[in-house]
Design a binder for this molecule. Structure first.
Ligand code: ADP
Ligand SMILES: Cc1cn([C@H]2C[C@H](O)[C@@H](COP(=O)(O)O)O2)c(=O)[nH]c1=O
Ligand code: ZN
Length: 289
């Protein structure tokens, strides 16, 4: 087994530079918004518990941006009556390899919804501890407060039922780590009338299916972003793992992963596998790239 070097420098928890202009090398799903508008929602961070995941108290308020009206929630009291007007939720699925800009897109979408007067909250998997548990953070250091939870089924209870009912928009980052993504999205959109914006990897380093693909049949829209191949600069659709670690879930950044085009995925995988075979015979620390 090879040792994987740990991420050396965690990104700072403050925004360290302005919003990247429209994801230069992503086929972007771009919500034009002034930089100042994004920053205007950050003061909300200080109004809420530093880490809601550590204090998931019933009825507590979490990192949800202010809005008082509940536009979407409709009790399902008349279920079965065809004349009943069901809530009009939506599901939008943003998928990509790593570094293509899905967290940036999610952040912009949430910002845009908030500016349009909608009540928003963001949740990510608590498995991703790279930048702490109280924010989603992009690879270029933009951040937004969030809830970190092991399961989406805990979301309503963590926010408190009243706060959940008042929500219009739910953003989900690192969605590939949620086993209950399908059930949560279906209920939130179909029953509770929420707009759900989901961002996650469509495949792991082996290009196997991710939970994010399960919700395509439920979705209003699916957007696949692309990164730039780190080896040749062409469009990158895949994530290459540079180490010999084989477990599916391995939380890391650019020290372990890189976005690659098809050609470099295939050749890169061949190198990783050949190296693994050699090193299994003669163990030593190796990292490619
Ligand atoms: N190899 C890389 N290492 C670090 N950052 C990168 C790399 N390639 C692209 N980026 C930056 O990451 C940004 C996208 O970050 P983010 O939205 O967090 O992506 P994702 O959530 O899809 O992983 C890009 O706009 C670019 O500035
Ligand atoms: C390819 C791949 C990725 N992961 C992990 C690595 C990161 O912690 C996240 C993806 O983060 P990002 O916001 O998309 O950059 O997923 C993994 O566990 N297994 C994989 O195969
Ligand atoms: Zn390439």
């Amino acid at each position: 087994m090879f040792a994987v070097s740990r991420i050396k420098a965690l990104l700072p928890l403050q925004i360290s530079h302005p919003i990247a202009p429209a994801l230069p090398h992503a086929a972007a799903f771009f919500f034009a918004a002034p930089k100042s508008a994004l920053f205007s929602i950050y003061p909300a961070v200080n109004q809420f518990p530093a880490s809601p995941s550590r204090t998931p108290i019933m009825g507590s308020s979490g990192p949800m941006f202010s809005r008082v009206q509940n536009r979407n929630f409709r009790p399902a009291e008349a279920a079965g009556d065809l004349t009943t007007s069901y809530p009009s939720g939506e599901i939008h699925d943003i998928v990509d390899p790593m570094f293509a800009g899905k967290t940036t897109s999610l952040l912009r979408r949430i910002q845009s919804e908030s500016e349009n007067g909608r009540s928003v909250a963001v949740v990510k998997s608590d498995k991703d501890t790279r930048y702490g548990l109280d924010s989603i953070v992009t690879h270029d250091s933009l951040k937004l407060p969030c809830w970190s939870l092991p399961k989406l089924s805990m979301f309503r209870q963590s926010l408190g039922v009243d706060a959940y009912n008042q929500l219009d928009v739910i953003g989900i980052d690192e969605a590939q780590f949620f086993g209950d993504l399908y059930d949560f999205c279906r209920e939130a959109a179909d029953q509770d009338g929420k707009t759900v914006i989901v961002a996650g990897l469509d495949g792991d380093y082996m290009r196997s299916f991710s939970a994010v693909l399960d919700i395509i049949p439920l979705a209003d829209s699916v957007t696949k972003l692309t990164a730039r191949c780190e080896l040749c600069g062409k469009r990158a659709f895949f994530t290459l793992r540079k180490t010999d670690e084989t477990k599916v879930e391995l939380i890391a950044g650019a020290d372990v992963y890189m976005p690659v085009c098809r050609q470099h995925y295939v050749s890169g995988q061949a190198v990783v596998e050949a190296t693994r075979a050699v090193v299994e015979e003669s163990p030593q620390k190796v990292q490619i790239g």
